[in-house]
Design a binder for this molecule. Structure first.
Ligand code: M6R
Length: 617
């Protein structure tokens, strides 16, 4: 959470920082601020609310500074106020800092610094760190060496418990930035006569596609022409590995859509095509994955899989569990990453752990990965963001290739996780008992997914009308059985996170064990009732809803027949292979949630209290 941008070069820093902040705003939008360094002094502007508020503050100012830092905040320590917005200055006025993370021992630090005469203007943990840097700078001998600034930051960080991605400016070193990371992402963009620091590739791709992903425990010192990388603890110089980012600026732009969420829903046919590209065997009977770093022999030894993830990615794991157990007959457990690391679950010797994450930066998921690796397990990652921390720390894995997802509510990343899960079930199944012909049929079904999604998307106007009809309700139930249950959970999560309507996902047959008490004309149910062996039972459950004057929005299969009047509204899915049904069934609930939130005038892409990537515990 929190977006970071730092610039040193020849251009106007404030413009580049504001552009970068707009692109990372989805990481946190409680407040935004920037600091530029000109004629040996800082100008700091900051404001609660969106980056647009900051833009209005900056507009009348004539900044020429070519060095600066900027920040968008997701509040942790201290309320959402102008004073708590970043950047923060040291009380001697020599340092400015932006920070993403949590400094756990800041109270003790503040007490120590107060005793040394440092003062504080905010309630943040960050202000303690910037003053600690100033304290160390004051203690360092002034020998005219550039490294004095770097050494002060390094020494201060040695005392920090917690997490950070930081960028720091110093009035005595006007054309330099020092950045460092531990637990929060930080990326260096290596430009032509300029260098940029950011928490996210999207903030720097308009300037350069050459990047260095900092690792935990590394500190970087940059000027417009050069940079050096070293470890915080041992002060060892590191030879940087420069990667090339494949994203283009246009990938993260809205185009003609009203919201990124809408764009990303409609992008799904292309995104899932990319997820599958080049990943089917020549005989079209199985999937192939280049990055698992495990042989077929290794995988045949595995007798249990554990999936760890959070939020929407956790729902994708629940679908993968059902498909892998059904088609590969391998027992699967799905864990909330946030619980897994503290649960100390006993794992068998031949267990393989998967972590699933869009951002690759979710702290709970990262810590689950580290915990499993510490215990000696191989951990593979299913991840969307290339070069992210989880992608780099895992033993191998599968990139989703769904492209940048900007909307805070995950859509195309979720369906691409479903595709990867389905492909994994196929791959593992074909390593065991799935026949060649079943494999061929399965591959054929997967290849149809983009076209079938396009067909479901044509119902958008119909779903929009349903959204309009039901948007005034304050409670919803989402019910489904088998692989539709995780999609019910996902539908409920989508609706609540962007429209602030209370929604619960439940296994349909569990309704009678409690949630049926909620059924009333005021609490509509989104009911997944696809054709298949469970269909008669699903119809009975809908009848129980209708008998209690509930309303049912039924997601079903084209041609499925219901008793007259049973469905208040009906959305049809094309008949399909059961492995791809969850993917198709997701589209209507994404659209329904989107249109309800839009109808209510909600801030769809930046819902209250949320941030795209949760990098705090
Ligand atoms: O980046 P990740 O996939 O690890 O993120 C996990 C969750 O924070 C995320 O899915 C969250 O639940 C979304 N807001 C859902 O739309």
């Amino acid at each position: 959470m929190c977006g970071i941008v730092g610039y040193v070069g020849k251009q106007k820093a404030s413009s580049i920082i504001l552009e970068g902040l707009k692109r990372v705003e989805y990481r946190g939008y409680d407040s935004a601020g920037l600091a530029v360094l000109e004629k040996g002094a800082f100008t700091v502007l900051k404001k609660t609310g969106r980056v647009d508020n900051l833009v209005k503050l900056v507009a009348p100012r004539k900044f020429h500074a070519t060095t600066g830092i900027g920040h968008t905040r997701w509040a942790t320590h201290g309320g959402v106020t102008d004073a708590n917005a970043h950047p923060h200055l040291s009380s001697d006025g020599k340092f400015a800092i932006i920070h993403n993370g949590v400094i756990e021992n800041y109270v003790g630090m503040k007490q120590f610094l107060a005793g040394k005469g440092y003062t504080f203007q905010s309630e943040t943990d960050t202000e303690a760190l910037v003053n600690l840097i100033a304290y160390h700078f004051a203690k360092e001998p002034a020998n005219g060496d550039r490294s004095r600034f770097l050494e002060s930051v390094r020494k201060a960080l040695l005392h920090v418990e917690g997490t950070y991605g930081i960028a720091v400016l110093c009035t005595e070193c006007p054309d330099e930035i020092v950045g460092a990371r531990k637990g929060s992402p930080l990326i260096l963009g290596v430009g032509d006569g300029e260098n940029i620091l950011a928490s996210d590739v999207s903030a720097l791709v308009s300037r350069t596609q050459n990047v260095v992903y900092l690792k935990d425990g590394e500190v970087v010192h940059l000027t417009e022409k050069s940079f050096s990388l070293s470890t915080i603890q041992e002060q060892e110089e590191i030879t940087p590995k420069i990667d090339r980012v494949s994203w283009k600026v246009e990938d993260a732009e809205l185009g003609t859509f009203a919201h990124f969420m809408e764009k990303e829903i409609f992008e799904q046919p292309a995104a899932l095509e990319n997820t599958m590209r080049g990943r089917f065997s020549a005989d079209a009977s199985t999937a192939i994955f280049g990055g698992l770093n495990l042989t077929a022999g290794d995988l045949r030894q595995i007798d249990r899989l554990v999936f760890c993830a959070c939020g929407t990615a956790w729902h994708a794991c629940l679908v993968a569990e059902q498909l892998i157990e059904r088609y590969a007959r391998i027992p699967v457990e799905v864990e909330y990453a946030s619980e897994f690391r503290y649960r100390n679950a006993p794992l068998d010797k031949n267990t393989l752990v998967f972590v699933v994450t869009q951002s690759g930066e979710t702290l709970d998921t990262l810590e689950a990965l580290r915990e499993a690796k510490r215990k000696g397990y191989t951990v593979l990652a299913i991840v969307n963001v290339v070069g992210s921390t989880i992608a780099r720390e895992s033993d191998g894995g599968i990139y989703q290739h769904a492209g940048p997802e900007i909307g805070v509510a995950s859509t195309k990343a979720f369906t691409s996780q479903l595709v990867v899960g389905a492909m994994l079930a196929l791959y593992l199944g074909r390593l065991r008992d799935m026949s060649y012909s079943d494999g061929v049929e399965y591959v054929k079904a997967l290849k149809q997914v983009p076209e079938l999604i396009k067909a479901v998307l044509t119902q958008a106007p119909h779903i929009k009308a349903i959204a309009k009809r039901f948007s005034h309700h304050r409670d919803f139930l989402f019910l489904g059985r088998q692989s539709m249950f995780p999609i019910a959970l996902e539908g409920a999560l989508k609706l609540k996170e962007i429209s602030y309507i209370h929604a619960e996902g439940y296994p349909a047959a569990e309704m009678k064990h409690g949630p049926i008490a909620l059924i009333s004309p005021d609490c509509p149910t989104v009911f997944f009732a696809p054709a298949g062996e469970m269909f008669p039972k699903l119809v009975s459950s809908i009848q129980e809803i209708k008998a209690r004057k509930g309303q049912a929005i039924v997601i079903t299969t084209t041609g499925a027949e219901f008793p007259p009047g049973l469905a208040d509204e009906r959305i049809d899915l094309p008949p399909c292979h059961e492995a791809i049904l969850p993917i198709l069934a997701t589209i209507p609930v994404q659209l329904l949630s989107y249109y309800i939130a839009a109808e209510l005038g909600r801030d769809v892409d930046k819902p209250r209290n949320l941030a795209k990537s949760v990098t705090v515990e």
